[in-house]
Design a protein around this ligand. Structure first.
Ligand code: SF4
Ligand code: SF4
Length: 228
């Protein structure tokens, strides 16, 4: 399989390579987070590199590793420069147009999305609520029916609840895996950024939570920030 891919890229025309790389990027662009787009794009293109020249093989691997760590909340300030340097090296030093095309797109994306990258790295924030490790999961008290499916799936026992009780996630225990979101048929597991609405501190009977509105004047007073 590997030798087939290697032969393919060496023999491919620039147009064919451009089509492949652009279609890979178009696919990941459906994702609203530009940083996660970069992670998916570099991962996909490194898997499809023939691996024959070192800069393409190792450079794409490093890009995939660095962008993955940023989306996991482990980004470091120097990562932007590292990505810029590697993508420039890909353009200059790749043995064929595959690595060069990938390098060009990565360079362009870094220039266009500098702010998003900085927010992910310095503030550990993903404004599009895509990068699980940079957000908070909570149970919408007005929607939860108390079925307990989320309790059964949670790998770290971060959800308190009981039969027909509004469930509550302990954010200090939650590892943000998103498993509860997948099993909740009532769509009661919600993603949030730094600000959370007022929530019950412990399970209470389903349907008993009084939803606050802006008009009630309570919401603005009682909103709280998650600890970062
Ligand atoms: S959050 Fe969803 S899965 Fe969990 S108890 Fe409530 S309705 Fe069920
Ligand atoms: S996101 Fe994962 S760890 Fe957090 S409460 Fe849901 S299932 Fe548990």
């Amino acid at each position: 399989m590997e030798s087939k891919i290697r032969k393919q890229w060496k023999m491919a025309s620039l147009d064919e390579i451009k089509r492949f790389v652009l279609s890979s990027f178009t696919e990941v662009k459906k994702n609203p987070c530009p940083v996660d787009q970069l992670r998916r794009f570099t991962d996909h293109t490194r898997r499809n590199s023939c691996g024959e020249c070192v800069i393409c093989r190792e450079g794409l691997l490093q890009l995939a590793v660095v962008t993955e760590s940023i989306t996991q909340g482990l980004g470091r300030e120097q990562d932007v420069e590292i990505i810029k340097d590697i993508s420039a090296d890909l353009v200059l030093g790749s043995g064929c147009d595959y690595g060069k095309e990938v390098g060009r797109i990565v360079s362009q994306r870094i220039a266009e999305n500098a702010e998003d990258l900085t927010r992910h790295i310095k503030r550990k924030r993903c404004d599009t609520l895509v990068c699980n490790k940079l957000l908070t999961f909570y149970v919408a008290p007005e929607t939860c029916t108390g079925c307990s499916k989320c309790v059964d799936i949670c790998p770290v026992s971060a959800i308190a609840g009981g039969d027909r009780l509004i469930h509550v996630i302990d954010v200090s225990l939650c590892n943000r895996c998103g498993a509860c979101e997948d099993v909740c048929d009532d769509k009661a597991i919600i993603r949030a950024g730094a600000v959370l609405p007022k929530l019950p501190e412990a399970p209470i009977p389903a349907g008993s939570f009084q939803v606050e509105t802006e008009a009630s004047g309570l919401m603005s007073r009682k909103r709280r920030r998650k600890s970062e």
